[in-house]
Design a protein around this ligand. Structure first.
Ligand code: BES
Ligand code: MN
Ligand code: ZN
Length: 497
């Protein structure tokens, strides 16, 4: 999708549809006043006739006069108060849904038309670009007949001259984020019979080829055995699919030796539960259990686009969790790479088993921070639903930075406590710990488990079980979250330097 930023008067810009915001109670923005004047009072007349009240998302189409270069004008109500992020997204999506039904594939927006609470033009532009790119996303790879879907091809953002640079910057960042999200969504939506650990490795290698700053290394079972990754391998051993540990290194920092930010992604390409088999309903969605790993690849795509001057390491823990004669049994005890032993009481708590060895492996990169991303617990969906990712960590400064980034990106996270008292729930009579902590506070005890392997650096954990994909129905699909949060966090690291 193409975005243009223009400073000339909006009525002189040629476009298929000029989208104009209309406030409630007949209050007109400067843009609406201009349109009203040029259309000989068409807007005020429509309001008088009761055709549009300006309520959020309400729409009305106007034919234009010769004085206006746009083929038509679409009025979209924006209410009478500054909009929240969610309301602004609703306004943008309402516009998109009407544009879909009209002729033409381009549109014009005046960015200052709408007030959004806590967002300047830069922040508004980012949400606008991201929302339209998300609306445009389509996954029809496996459809025999491709529906002729509407795609918005070009958006012109009209603004005051002094804002041009800021807006152009926001467009560039948001497009890089959207590209990362699209890659994450594509990988996550791809079914598990195609997207297996080896497929993920190939995708990582293809990504690395795009940029000399990226190195990739793929470790197979033999190498993982040599590294004594007993927990990771225990998860993979029930499946016919071979596991892969994929390491990506993006070296963008001016100082080569600058400590990297390490991103670890849970990449269970299918989670059947193993011997602790899941029930049938909705099990297809466990192809999304690699969303953490897909997010790491997506963020590397964003990094390539933005060429950020930082060092980032991505670690993808890819395996399939299946029941078979080779599979791990409940009660089995394994030794992790850290040397600590784990009694596997439930083979469906496999995410933490692959991640714990990655947390130990991450030590070799001498990270400035480690962030792991995982569709880790169903309990997280119970606690936070689908609106916020669960966030825990051992360094409040890092946690705070991620909370702020999430707010800025409108891709929010919410912190849960990792109080020491919760650790007791993981005690085992036979091993150093059990892999489950009982029915209470399931998201937190999963975090507590990981914390035992992340003692030597600053670490945060994002449980994205509720945010990484939309469940069930026609709307089912990956969301590309938490790419916006992570991108904002990485950008905040650049801006600090
Ligand atoms: N991948 C699942 C978590 C999950 C479940 C994400 C449903 C999204 C929707 C994870 O591997 C898992 O199965 N976790 C168990 C942990 C339990 C056995 C302690 C869970 O949440 O039920
Ligand atoms: Mn599981
Ligand atoms: Zn899982």
């Amino acid at each position: 999708m193409q975005f243009n930023v223009k400073n000339n008067r909006p009525d002189t810009i040629k476009t298929a549809t000029w989208v104009v915001a209309i406030g409630k109670h007949g209050k007109l923005t400067d843009t609406a006043e201009l349109v009203d004047k040029l259309t000989l009072g068409a807007i005020k007349n429509a309001i008088k006739l009761g055709d549009i009240k300006g309520e959020l998302g309400q729409t009305l189409l106007l034919q234009t006069q010769q004085k206006i270069k746009a083929d038509r004008i679409l009025l979209v109500g924006c209410g009478d108060k500054a909009l929240s992020d969610a309301q602004y997204r609703k306004w943008l999506s309402s516009s998109f849904n009407i544009l879909k039904q009209l002729g033409g594939v381009d549109a014009l927006f005046v960015i200052d038309d709408i007030e959004v609470a806590n967002r300047d033009v830069y922040g508004k532009t980012k949400l606008l670009v991201e929302t339209f790119e998300a609306n445009n996303y389509l996954f029809d790879e496996y459809k025999s007949s491709k529906a002729e879907a509407y795609r918005l091809a070009k958006v012109t953002i009209s603004c005051n001259k002094i804002l041009t640079k800021q807006i152009a910057e926001a467009v560039k960042e948001a497009q890089a984020i959207a590209l990362g999200m699209a890659l994450t969504k594509d990988l996550a939506n791809t079914p598990a019979n195609i997207c297996n650990p080896i497929y993920m490795a190939r995708q990582a290698e293809a990504l690395a080829k795009l940029d000399k700053k990226i190195k990739v290394e793929v470790l197979d079972e033999k190498k993982m055995k040599a590294l004594k990754m007993g927990a990771f391998l225990a998860v993979a051993q029930g499946s016919e699919q071979n596991p892969r540990l994929i390491v990506l290194q993006y070296n963008g920092a001016k100082k080569k030796s600058e400590q990297p930010i390490v991103l670890i992604g849970k990449g269970i390409t299918f989670d059947s539960g193993g011997i602790s088999l899941k029930t049938g309903a909705g099990m297809d969605e466990m192809k999304y259990d690699m969303c953490g790993a897909a997010t790491v690849l997506g963020i590397f795509k964003t990094l390539i686009e933005l060429q950020l001057p930082i060092n980032v390491v991505g670690i993808l823990a890819c395996a399939e969790n299946m029941p078979s004669g080779h599979a791990t049994r409940p009660g089995d005890i394994v030794r992790t790479m850290s040397g600590q032993t784990v009694e596997i009481l439930n083979t469906d708590a496999e995410g933490r088993l692959v991640l714990c060895d990655m947390l130990t492996y991450a030590e070799r990169f001498k990270p400035s921070a480690v962030i792991d991303l995982a569709t880790l617990t169903g309990a997280c969906i119970v606690a936070l639903g689908t609106k916020a990712s669960g966030l825990m960590g051992n360094d409040q400064t890092l946690v705070d930075a991620l909370l702020v980034a999430g707010k800025k990106a409108d891709d929010r996270a919410w912190q849960l406590p990792l109080f020491d008292e919760y650790q007791e729930q993981l005690e085992s009579p036979f091993a150093d710990m059990a892999n489950i902590g009982g029915p209470k506070a399931g998201t937190i005890t999963a975090g507590c488990f990981l914390a035992r392997f992340a003692k030597s650096y600053s670490w945060a954990h994002l449980d994205i079980a509720g945010t990484a994909w939309v469940s069930g129905g026609k709307e089912k699909g990956a969301t590309g979250r938490p790419i916006p949060l992570l991108a904002e966090y990485l950008l905040s690291n650049v801006k600090k330097i």
